[in-house]
Design a protein around this ligand. Structure first.
Ligand code: ACM
Length: 670
C-alpha cells in the first residue's frame, strides 16, 4: 500500500463539476448519510492529495484535477482502500471543513464516491457529512435501441456521461433488429451496406411502407451503423466511466434485416419472407459464430446478449432443414430455439464469455452462468432463479421507458401504455417472490425501445427523469421509498441535466393520471348483475364480472387492470345489465380507448338497447364510425341520452379490425 502513497497539491477550483445541487438532492440516495458541520471550501487555490489507494483512486483525480506546485495547501483530500467492504462497489466519505477522506473498495467505487462528492457541492463548498454507501443491486443498466432509429456515437457518449453521474454500471446496446443492423461486421459487409439503411427516416413510415431496405449511399438512404473502430473507442470511453457496454445481437428472431441481406440464412432463401434465421441450417450457426467472434473482439464485456425474444418460428415448420433437426433432437419448434440458444451459450463460454438473453432463453439447457433479462412476468424470474441463472429484471409494466410518461394527449406520440415517473419509482424488484429468491436478483434495467422515438432529443425526453428512478431503485433499493422526496431530488437533477444540455421531460408540469380514474364514479347500475352475452378476454379481465359496474374507471392505459378487454368478430362486446327493477333512465354511456400501436380501437359500431323482461330489447341508440388509423392514442365516450323506463340495459360494441381489441372501463347508467 505504502509504495503508492504520495502527496501532491492540486488546483481545487477545477476539482468538482459545477453542479451546485444541494446535498439534500443526492441521487441515487446513499444508504447512510449523516450531515456534518460546515463545508469543505472549494475557493482555496490548492489542496493536498494523499493517495494511499494507488491507481484505483488515481483514475479519478488525474482525470479531473490540474496539479499545482503550491505547498501552502491547508485542506487535504485523502484516498484510502476500504477494508472489509460489503461490496466491491462500496465506498465511504468523511467530509469536514478541513479534509475529505474517500475510502473505496475498487476503482469503480472511487468513481461512485467521486460522483457523490460532485452532488454534495453547494455555493458554500462541499457539504460536511459522513456517507456509507453501497449498491442494492450489482447490475444497474439502461438499454438503448439504436436499431429502430440510429443514433450517433456522440449521443451514446452523452448518455454514458449522464449514466455515470447516477452510478449506472452497464449500458445494453440493442444493435440489431429488423429496422436496421448497426454494427460493422467485416466478414459480412452487406449487413451494413444494405441492412443498416432504409428509404424512410422514421420507423413508423418504414413499417407502414412495407419495411424495405436500401443501399448505403443511395439518395434515399436513412440510418447508419457504427464502425468497429468507433465502437472500440466507445467501449473505452464507457470503461473510463465505469460502464460496461453489453452488446446485443438478436437471434433467432427479430432478424428480418439479416434475411434481406443474406437470404440464404432463412428457411425459404427469399428476402422479406421471414424474420427468423433458419434454425436447421449449418450456415446460420457459421454466420452467427463468425459475427459473435467479431463482436467479442470489439466488446471486452463478459456479457454478450443474444436476444432470443419473440421468434415467430413460422417458417421452421415447413423447412426441411429445421424439420430434420427437430427430428434429430426429438423436439418441437420451441426445443429447436432452445437448442440454438444453448449452442451459442456454449460457444460464448468457450471464449470465456457469458450469454445474456431475454426470458425466452430460460427454455434452453444453459450454463448456470447465464443472465436472463426478465421482460414478461415475475414467474419468468422464478423459473430463471430455479435454473440458477442470474436475473436482471426489466418488466414491461415498470421498466419500458417507451410508454407515455404523462397524459398521452399531452405528449409526443409514443408506442402506448402509461408509465409515469412515480410508477417506475414504485418498482420493487421481485416483490412477490419468496425472500430467498428476491435476494438472488442481480439487477434492474430500463429499456428504451425506439420505434416511436425518431430523434436523439426525444430519446433523452423519454429517458429522463424516468432513468433516474431506475438508478435510485438499482442503487438504493426499496426499503426507504418516499416518492415525494425522490420527486424533489429528480426535479433538482433534471434542472442540472437541462443545464448540461440534456432534454428532459419537465416533471413539474406533469398532468398525471386520467382524471376519471382517480375517484370512483357513482351511477344507477353500480353493483348490479352483469350478464356477459360474449365473454371478456382472459388476458384483460380487469375486475372480473363486476368490472363494468364497480365505479372504477380506467386510467391512460388498457394495461392498468381497470379496462376490460374484448376481442373477436360480430360484436365482441355484448353485455346486459340487470338493474333489479324498472328504473327511469336518462343516459347510458361508456368510454373506449384507441391505442393503435397495440391494435386497440374505438368501436366501429356501438348500440344501446333496453328491455323490461330481459328477452325483448328495444334499440334506443346506435352509432357507427370509420376506423381512423391516424389516431395513435385516444379516448372517446359513446352515449345514449333520452328518456326511458327499463330494468335491463344491453350494450354492444364491434370492431371490424382483424384481431382488433375493444377496451371499456365502465357502463355508466343515469
Ligand atoms: C422484448 O420486449 N421483446 C424484449
Amino acid at each position: 500500500m505504502n509504495k503508492s502513497l504520495y502527496t501532491i497539491a492540486v488546483a481545487v477550483g477545477s476539482l468538482f463539476m459545477a453542479t451546485d445541487v444541494n446535498a439534500q438532492n443526492l441521487l441515487p440516495k446513499p444508504q447512510s448519510f449523516k450531515a456534518g458541520k460546515g463545508y469543505f471550501s472549494t475557493s482555496n487555490p490548492t489542496v493536498k492529495i494523499v493517495n494511499e489507494a494507488g491507481t484505483d483512486a488515481e483514475n479519478i483525480y488525474t482525470r479531473s484535477w490540474h496539479q499545482s506546485n503550491s505547498a501552502s495547501a491547508k485542506q487535504t483530500i485523502k484516498f484510502t482502500k476500504l477494508q472489509n467492504a460489503s461490496s466491491p462497489e462500496a465506498y465511504r466519505l468523511h467530509i469536514t471543513a478541513d479534509s475529505i477522506v474517500v475510502s473505496a473498495a475498487s476503482a469503480d467505487a472511487f468513481r461512485y464516491a467521486w460522483q457523490t462528492i460532485g452532488q454534495l457541492k453547494t455555493k458554500q463548498g462541499i457539504m460536511a457529512c459522513d456517507i456509507d454507501d453501497a449498491p442494492a443491486y450489482k447490475w444497474r443498466s439502461i438499454m438503448l435501441d439504436v436499431s429502430r432509429h440510429f443514433e450517433p456515437i456522440s449521443f451514446i457518449k452523452k448518455q454514458i456521461d449522464v449514466m455515470a453521474q447516477y452510478k449506472f454500471n452497464r449500458l445494453h446496446l440493442h444493435l440489431t433488429d429488423a429496422a436496421g443492423w448497426r454494427i460493422e461486421i467485416k466478414r459480412y459487409p452487406l449487413l451494413t451496406r444494405m441492412a443498416a439503411w432504409r428509404p424512410e427516416r422514421t420507423w413508423k413510415e418504414w413499417s407502414n411502407n412495407g419495411a424495405k431496405y436500401t443501399m448505403e449511399g443511395s439518395a434515399d438512404a436513412h440510418g447508419g451503423y457504427y464502425t468497429q473502430d468507433e465502437l472500440r473507442e466507445l467501449v473505452a470511453y464507457a470503461a473510463e466511466r465505469g460502464i460496461t457496454i453489453v452488446p446485443e445481437i438478436e437471434m433467432p428472431g427479430h432478424s428480418a434485416e439479416v434475411m434481406a441481406a443474406y437470404p440464404e440464412l432463412s428457411c425459404t432463401h427469399k428476402p422479406y419472407e421471414q424474420m427468423d434465421f433458419c434454425a436447421g441450417s449449418v450456415a446460420t450457426y457459421d454466420f452467427l459464430e463468425n459475427v459473435l467472434k467479431e463482436v467479442m473482439d470489439i466488446f471486452p464485456s463478459k456479457y454478450i446478449h443474444v436476444g432470443g425474444d419473440e421468434a415467430a418460428k413460422q417458417s421452421w415448420g415447413d423447412c426441411p432443414l429445421c424439420q430434420r433437426k427437430m427430428k434429430e433432437l426429438g423436439c418441437d419448434k420451441d426445443g429447436l430455439q432452445a437448442n440454438l440458444i444453448a449452442h451459442f451459450g456454449r460457444f460464448l463460454n468457450s471464449y470465456g464469455r457469458q450469454l445474456v438473453g431475454w426470458d425466452e432463453v430460460i427454455a434452453g439447457n444453459l450454463a448456470r452462468n447465464t443472465t436472463v433479462m426478465v421482460w414478461r412476468g415475475l414467474e419468468k424470474a422464478h423459473e430463471a432463479i430455479e435454473h440458477g441463472y442470474d436475473v436482471v429484471l426489466s418488466p414491461g409494466a415498470y421498466c419500458y421507458l417507451d410508454a407515455y410518461q404523462d397524459a398521452p394527449l399531452s405528449q409526443p406520440e409514443a408506442i402506448g401504455g402509461y408509465l409515469p415517473l412515480e410508477k417506475v419509482y414504485s418498482y420493487v424488484p421481485g416483490e412477490d417472490l419468496p425472500e430467498a429468491e428476491r435476494k438472488m436478483i442481480t439487477g434492474i434495467q430500463g429499456n428504451l425501445w425506439a420505434e416511436y422515438i425518431p430523434t436523439p432529443e426525444h430519446m433523452e425526453y423519454m429517458l429522463y427523469p424516468r432513468a433516474l428512478a431506475i438508478a435510485e431503485v438499482g442503487w438504493n433499493g426499496t426499503e426507504h421509498k418516499n416518492y415525494a422526496d425522490f420527486r424533489r431530488r429528480a426535479i433538482a437533477q433534471c434542472d442540472l441535466l437541462r443545464h448540461q444540455g440534456v432534454n428532459t421531460f419537465d416533471i413539474r408540469r406533469e398532468k398525471g393520471e386520467r382524471p376519471e380514474s382517480v375517484k370512483p364514479t357513482k351511477h344507477k347500475a353500480l353493483g348490479c348483475k352483469v350478464i356477459y352475452n360474449r365473454p371478456y378476454s382472459k388476458q384483460y379481465v380487469a375486475g372480473g364480472d363486476q368490472s363494468l359496474v364497480d365505479g372504477i374507471r380506467g386510467g391512460w392505459t388498457y394495461g392498468d387492470k381497470k379496462w376490460q378487454g374484448f376481442i373477436g368478430k360480430d360484436y365482441c362486446l355484448d353485455v346486459t345489465l340487470d338493474l333489479g327493477s324498472q328504473q327511469n333512465l336518462s343516459s347510458v354511456s361508456a368510454d373506449f380507448m384507441q391505442a393503435y400501436g397495440a391494435w386497440v380501437f374505438f368501436p366501429e359500431a356501438f348500440k344501446v338497447s333496453v328491455s323490461n323482461d330481459g328477452k325483448n330489447f328495444n334499440e334506443v341508440y346506435s352509432t357507427t364510425s370509420t376506423v381512423d388509423k391516424s389516431i395513435q392514442s385516444g379516448y372517446r365516450t359513446l352515449a345514449w341520452k333520452g328518456h326511458s323506463k327499463a330494468r335491463y340495459v344491453r350494450v354492444q360494441g364491434n370492431t371490424i379490425m382483424d384481431g382488433g381489441w375493444l377496451f371499456i372501463d365502465e357502463i355508466v347508467v343515469k
